[in-house]
Design a protein around this ligand. Structure first.
Ligand code: MN
Length: 502
């Protein structure tokens, strides 16, 4: 227990320590006699998951639930027992994780898989902490995956790559997303993994001197110019993200500028911008590659300044500048936000909800409809890259890449979608089906009456939200046409035949 507490970088209150001790002891005793595939005591797993979670989210309640997350399912202790001993909040978290645990990819049964995925989303909709526990649980399992039989390991790794790593990314927990991806990449695509690793190793060897020289050079420049910074070092791109980027550029590694980047940590936002200025006054920036994610953070909250410059030898190097707090948030995402922003902290027993989970719940509450169709839409929304679109009032809408004016209108308000008759992109008249680009300002021209939605819109709409609404409208509309045709047929054909028979 002492080692466990020491491994978590946080000072718990006496009361919190007591709670953690009780959960620790109950779990340890309940799992006594159970072994993991590695031969270790089973308790090493819930403890390992709690240690992982404790690094980014040292919240005693959530950690107690993590320690207990497999108890109700695998031991004699029931959920009721947990509720009695630890209260409703912890038992609800454990219950949520247990529900997630039941979601399995059923082989050869597409419908079952989709239905399961649906359940997963419903279960996670309750509280983001449930997902954080599940992700810590999955990360610990992935770190020890070599003990699983090959086919089982592949299944777990595929699920991790397709579902859990993107969720970690969506929550902004970069450190977990990276590790989940690279651990499962190695198992799901072993050949590609080795190939990418060889390429990266070669590149590191080739660029090592170059990067070291750049770091030394920058230190010298910052010193003479009096630019304030906390840390400066090289950072290497993760294998899975390099693999995906290579696919995009047909395997041409020379087109990828950020394989090795220089990362500068500063104390304040103002320091970040002045460092950027100093860098640009010494090194020629590559046009079009300056990205200000401080002024406009990514949808998952990521903030940084990115620039790419030519060094003295003409090599291209990406430089990332951020404050220590931004760095912390990039690694810990929603966990950092919640833990440090007291205002956002839920009251006793209240669930922690991310905005996109609220949308998901609202969607779930809609008519059930065709589960498969809905899920496909949802999967696209969920895993695709996002772009920012502005309303004329300066509000930001977060949409998937490829989204059109139609998606934007329905994202602002469904009523706007049903009344749109025209649009302006950056002040110029545009088609409703026009594809939007990052940073576009879109104004929708509204009609007083409800307009007739066209079937073409379905093709131009990329978000599940817009597609569902258009499809719903078209279905309603089609139904009445079919109804009318049926009535006509009755009159024109059935009746005469009826007479003929007579
Ligand atoms: Mn577990």
């Amino acid at each position: 227990m002492d080692d466990f507490l020491k491994s978590i970088p946080h000072k718990f209150s006496a009361e919190e320590t007591k709670l953690l001790k009780r959960a620790f002891e109950l779990s340890r005793q309940a799992h006594t006699g159970q072994k993991r595939k590695s031969g270790e005591n089973y308790f090493t797993h819930p403890m390992g998951a709690a240690i992982i979670l404790g690094q980014i989210f040292p919240d005693a309640t959530t950690l107690a639930a993590t320690l207990l997350h497999d108890v109700s399912e695998d031991t004699k202790i029931t959920l009721e027992d947990i509720k009695k001993d630890f209260g409703a909040e912890i038992s609800r978290l454990v219950d949520g994780v247990t529900k997630l645990g039941h979601v399995r990819l059923k082989k050869g049964s597409d419908g079952a898989y989709l239905e399961n995925l649906r359940k997963l989303f419903i279960a996670t909709g309750e509280d983001v902490r449930v997902i954080m526990i599940k992700l810590a649980d999955r990360l610990h399992n992935m770190r020890t995956i070599e003990f699983l039989p090959e086919d089982k390991g592949k299944k777990v790794a595929t699920e991790t790559l397709e579902i859990y790593a993107p969720i970690a990314g969506r929550l902004g927990i970069g450190s977990w997303k990276d590790e989940l991806e690279d651990l499962s990449f190695k198992i799901v695509l072993p050949k590609d993994y080795e190939q990418t690793k060889t390429l990266l190793d070669q590149e590191l060897l080739r660029r090592d001197e170059n990067i070291k020289a750049m770091v030394k050079n920058l230190r010298h420049i910052f010193h003479t110019e009096g630019a304030k910074y906390l840390d400066i070092k090289g950072r290497v791109k993760r294998l899975y993200s390099l693999y995906n980027k290579l696919k995009k550029y047909d395997g041409d590694i020379s087109k990828i500028y950020d394989i090795i980047a220089v990362r500068i940590i500063a104390k304040s936002t103002a320091d970040c911008y002045s460092i950027l200025g100093v860098i640009h006054s010494h090194f020629q920036p590559v046009p079009g590659r300056i990205k200000d994610f401080i002024a406009t953070p990514k949808p998952n909250g990521y903030q940084s300044l990115h620039t790419t410059v030519f060094d003295q030898s003409g090599n291209v190097i990406e430089i990332q500048i951020r404050t220590d707090l931004m760095h912390e948030e990039a690694e810990r995402g929603i966990a950092a936000h919640w833990f440090y922003a007291e205002a956002g902290k839920p009251e006793n027993g209240e669930a922690l909800r991310a905005p996109w989970l609220q949308e998901l719940q609202a969607w779930q509450a809609d008519e059930p409809g065709d589960a498969k169709e809905h899920l496909e839409n949802l999967k696209i929304d969920f895993f695709r890259d996002r772009i920012f679109i502005f309303t004329p009032q300066g509000d930001i809408k977060d949409l998937p890449v490829g989204a059109s004016v139609i998606d934007f209108a329905f994202a602002v308000h469904s009523d706007l979608g049903y009344h749109m008759m025209g649009a302006k992109i950056n002040g110029r008249i545009a088609k409703l089906t026009a594809e939007l680009k990052k940073g576009d300002v879109v104004e929708i021209i509204k009609s007083k009456k409800e307009v007739k939605l066209s079937r073409d819109w379905l093709e131009a709409a990329k978000t599940g939200n817009a597609r569902n609404k258009i499809r719903h409208y078209l279905n309603e509309h089609d139904k009445s046409i079919i109804q009318r045709v049926k009535e006509l047929k009755l009159k024109d054909f059935t009746l005469p035949r009826f007479f003929r028979k007579k």
